[in-house]
Design a protein around this ligand. Structure first.
Ligand code: PLP
Length: 386
């Protein structure tokens, strides 16, 4: 048997080497603390779980769901967009339920990318922006991201002939992994660029509700004219501790929503209606719980930042997300420093280089570890670096 050529274009799993080292340590009985993965450690709020239990018992939910998502979930998503951002979207034509936003991001490539088409991706970003294009035999063009430009992907340097061939531009702020946030002016410039070159702007807003210090993260759809060229992805995974549930939504341009819906109609049959009913409770009743989670993450962020500064690592305090992005010490690379922390402190972090070329020289530390384990990890890093 012969697998598709496109699959061979996907590099081996970035964390395979780290996993192997971790397993080797664990097999010797060594306690390893992971600050690697961005997967909330706190449970899904009880109200959401209770709604799911009721919905599972409702036999009407045992049949095929509405492919585009239940009307009630799409309505709840539209109400959320209005309440939270003052953005109006039509639930019947401008909202689509997703089986997690990763699913929607991956399928967006299927909907828009033909072989040889270009996808503009941030040079430090969520890996599916790139792998989705590779699976369509498309090409990616990395938009530079540097500390100097606040980790805002610089589309102004994309050559005109590349922009002409580009079908999608991916952006995501608040940003995983850098924690950067974007200004309205940046979004306006991105929208103008995409309009000029007839590019679909896909904005990944997985962290809009995980913000600190009074910062409010916007929707790109707040910007004038955005709906003509933008589709925005929301995920219930991170704010509501629902990564295992697989629920999110896309909204924005009706044409983009329809195209993505067409792909989904022909590949999945929608998300379990019971999960969507639980998702409605999350979007309509649980934003207070999210505030409490933000307090927990802000506390952990401060703890981690203090410790990283104490051992001489440069990092900024992020206003959003569940990550801290830190510079590796002189003479180290992302991978060598990741290996050092694992071997000397038995702490797992993620090498920045795994997110793309401009991530080299950084590591990402996740705040999704219980406080006592985070304190322990911090202590070990201090001792290892002393
Ligand atoms: C976690 C994450 C996603 C995927 O979320 P799901 O809804 O669980 O699929 C998408 N984008 C970014 C930037 C993420 O960090």
């Amino acid at each position: 048997m012969q697998e598709a050529r496109a699959l061979s274009g996907i590099k081996p799993y970035l964390f395979a080497d780290i996993d192997r080292k971790r397993d080797a340590l664990a097999s010797r009985g060594i306690d390893v603390i992971s600050l690697g993965i961005g997967d909330p450690d706190m449970p899904t709020p009880e109200r959401i779980v209770a709604a799911m239990v009721d919905a599972v018992r409702d036999t009407a939910n045992h049949q095929y769901p509405d492919y585009a998502g239940s009307a009630a979930f799409r309505r709840a998503a539209a109400d959320y967009m209005d309440r939270r951002f003052g953005v109006e979207v039509d639930p019947s034509t401008e909202v689509l339920t997703l089986i997690g936003s990763k699913e929607g991001i991956a399928h967006l490539h299927t909907a828009f990318v033909d072989p040889e088409d270009v996808v503009l991706v941030p040079s430090i970003g969520y890996p599916v922006y790139t792998t989705g294009a590779v699976l369509q035999n498309g090409q990616t063009y990395p938009m530079p991201m540097t500390e100097e430009n606040g980790f805002l992907a610089d589309f102004s340097v994309v050559p005109t002939d590349v922009a002409r061939r580009a079908k999608i531009m991916f952006l995501g702020y608040p940003n995983n992994p850098t924690g950067a946030t974007a200004s309205p002016e940046y979004f306006d410039a991105a929208i103008a660029f995409c309009r000029e070159h007839d590019i679909l702007l896909a904005h990944d807003n997985a962290y809009s509700d995980l913000t600190f210090d009074g910062y409010r993260a916007p929707s790109i759809l707040e910007r004038p004219g955005a709906k003509d060229v933008c589709i925005e992805f929301f995920s219930l995974s991170k704010p509501f501790n629902m990564t295992g549930w697989r629920i999110g939504f896309a909204c924005g341009s009706a044409r983009a929503v329809a195209a993505l819906g067409k792909v989904k109609n022909n590949s999945d049959s929608g998300q379990f209606t019971a999960i969507q009913e639980a998702g409605i409770v999350a979007l309509t009743e649980c934003l207070d719980e999210v505030d409490q989670m933000c307090e927990v993450y802000a506390r952990r962020r401060d703890l981690l930042i203090d410790a990283l500064h104490a051992i001489g690592l440069e990092c900024e305090s992020p206003k959003a997300t569940i990550y801290v992005w830190a510079k590796v010490p002189e003479g180290e690379t992302s991978e060598s420093f990741t290996a050092t922390l694992l071997e000397k402190a038995h702490v797992i972090v993620t090498p920045g280089s795994g997110y793309g070329p401009d991530g080299e020289g950084y590591i990402r530390l996740s705040l999704t570890t219980p406080d006592d384990r985070l304190v322990e990890a911090v202590q070990r890093m201090k001792e290892a670096m002393a």
